[in-house]
Design a protein around this ligand. Sequence first.
Ligand code: PMP
Length: 370
Amino acid sequence: MTSTLTGRDRIANFGAGPGALPEPVLREAQRDLWNIGGSGIGILEHSHRGKLFERVLGDAEQEIRRLAGVTDEYHVLFIQGGASLQFAMVPMNLLPAGRTADYLVTGVWSQKALKEARLLGTTHVAATGEADAFTRIPAPEAIRYSGQPAYVHLTTNNTIYGTQWAALPPVPDGVPLVADASSDIFSRPLELPKYGVIYAGAQKNLGPSGITLVLARRDLVEGGAQQLPSMLQYRTYARERSLYNTPPTFAIYVVGLVAKWIQAQGGLAAMAARNEAKARLLYDFLDQSAFFRGSVEPASRSRMNVCFRSPSEAQDAEFIAAAADRGLNGLKGHRSAGGMRASLYNAVTLEQVGALVDFMREWEAASPSS
Ligand code: PMP
């Protein structure tokens, strides 16, 4: 099938993750798969202990530091196991016996993070959007912290429901904020000093699946629990520069290329402006449509995952299939939320969002109930 967008052999990918990657990154990776840096060996085949990969790893770290203004106060760690392993590593490393960790629960991913923490220590739910079916981010006034928690955990963007913290909530003085930023990392400038730890599975805005980026404050890493298996301790990754064992070398390499690509687009502020324009185009259409409607409270809307519905589930399914025929792919909502979801990650272009909106307008005009 060819795309209505370009007539080329690629279609528009609105999938929630693994998601779209920037075309120049894919082209460069394609070349380097065969022979990287004139070494006569492809990136997949180089030893993780060799000079070439050491440079690749160093470059990836430096690109990330430059892009997000990550100071020496923070470690840049590459860890396997997905964001899901971080749900457990965070409390293992940062929640000592006798302390409480506070969780802001805004969807399935925060519930899963909380579930792991409960297995490992004492937790407190400081706010939850469950009563509103996670269609809104809790108001700061609704948050009740436990006192002086070991950390406060939140999910910056809720991939499934399409909500996002527009601004970070206040946390008690001196308490580190720990964030799962899997679905909006590097989509906007990062207020790094506000965080103790940020983690993100790479497969949405950063690169392929298989690697999780963890930005962790040095004092938290050094002061973390030590009676843990090596692979579950942040200290191991910090000490060994993420080379304690064989890391997913290709995934790290692509993350480095993506960070460089974002920088070349003008950095995080430029990325935020682009993402804002993409999201506005789609939300503005939804707001005037008589057929489609957005699924969440406007003030809580995500710039990354736009969730919407038509009048019925049957019509949702028809629309999703017809859109796929037009080369507009990946629009089915998550199975726990239903409806449609367009993920507008960094690599999705304004042109592609425009094509989606044009098709929605056409579909609405042709639908009997409009
Ligand atoms: N957190 C969020 C916000 C996510 O969107 C996802 C995956 N969609 C996860 C965590 C789980 O990530 P992983 O599959 O890398 O464990």
